[in-house]
Design a protein around this ligand. Structure first.
Ligand code: URA
Length: 241
């Protein structure tokens, strides 16, 4: 990997314009292991470089792979219309680096949302070709019955879809909760499938993508974390950096 000057590294990491980042370095606002780095000519490997920028600790990453535990009442859109955007829950550096949600969750859906600035990752995780299994827990208005599960497994017809859509797996959790696994990500798919099967989804939570479980990440609603290599390998298809 090629080495870069600190101002370029800071710009790539999302600390601001080149000029602003040059000023940060020249003013002595950047330290490495407690030593001020105000030389604009020295070069460094980016990946893993431990910086402190105006006192904020920052480990440099070439790309960002992260998970947010999305709360209800946040929109995934860059230009949200009725609720704050999920980007308001992320560091400013992520916004400047154009970190985006991988796919979308409805504003009232909670749970696991992948985030990245790596086009290759966003593409493989959101392409219908890759059949990424996603596990949802749906709360239903009416009791969950074996007939409902049967319908969802056999496939239900949604009015703008040419062929019936079926769950990969589906099981009763309790009287008003079911777990449904989908490999497609059509608009409002779980809610529309439940409605087509004669029930109503009153709340929805995404609990797992591939083999990676949100519950293993210990994130409260609104919190995010980076995904490390072993966790990226649990996605489907496994992702290697
Ligand atoms: N299906 C839905 O209906 N909504 C989501 O947010 C995700 C899947």
């Amino acid at each position: 990997m090629s080495k870069l000057t600190l101002d370029r590294i800071l710009q790539q990491q999302g600390f601001g314009t080149r000029k602003w980042c040059q000023a940060l370095v020249a003013d002595g606002d950047v330290t490495i292991d407690g030593t001020v780095m105000n030389d604009l000519k020295s070069t460094f490997e980016t990946e893993g470089l431990p910086l402190a920028v105006m006192g904020e600790t920052w480990i440099c990453r070439t790309h960002i792979y992260a998970v947010l535990h999305k709360p209800a009442d946040y929109e995934c859109s860059r230009k949200p219309s009725h609720h704050p955007g999920v980007h308001t829950l992320l560091p400013d550096q992520f916004i400047r680096r154009d970190v985006q949600p991988v796919g979308r969750l409805d504003h009232d859906t909670t749970g696991m949302l992948l985030l990245s600035d790596d086009g290759r990752f966003i593409h493989t995780q959101s392409s219908p070709k890759h059949h990424v299994p996603k596990v949802y827990v749906a709360t239903t208005h009416d009791p969950v019955t074996p007939q409902l599960i049967e319908l969802l497994l056999n496939g239900v017809k949604l009015h703008d879809e040419p062929a019936p859509l079926a769950a990969e797996t589906c099981k009763i959790l309790d009287e008003h909760h079911l777990e449904i696994v989908l490999e497609q990500g059509k608009y409002h798919q779980v809610k529309r499938m439940l409605a087509a099967a004669g029930n109503h989804c009153s709340a929805l939570h995404r609990a797992q993508i591939g083999n990676l479980k949100l519950s293993d990440l210990n994130l409260a609603e609104g919190e995010w974390c980076y995904l490390e290599e072993s966790q990226l390998a649990q996605l489907a298809p496994p992702f290697t950096i």
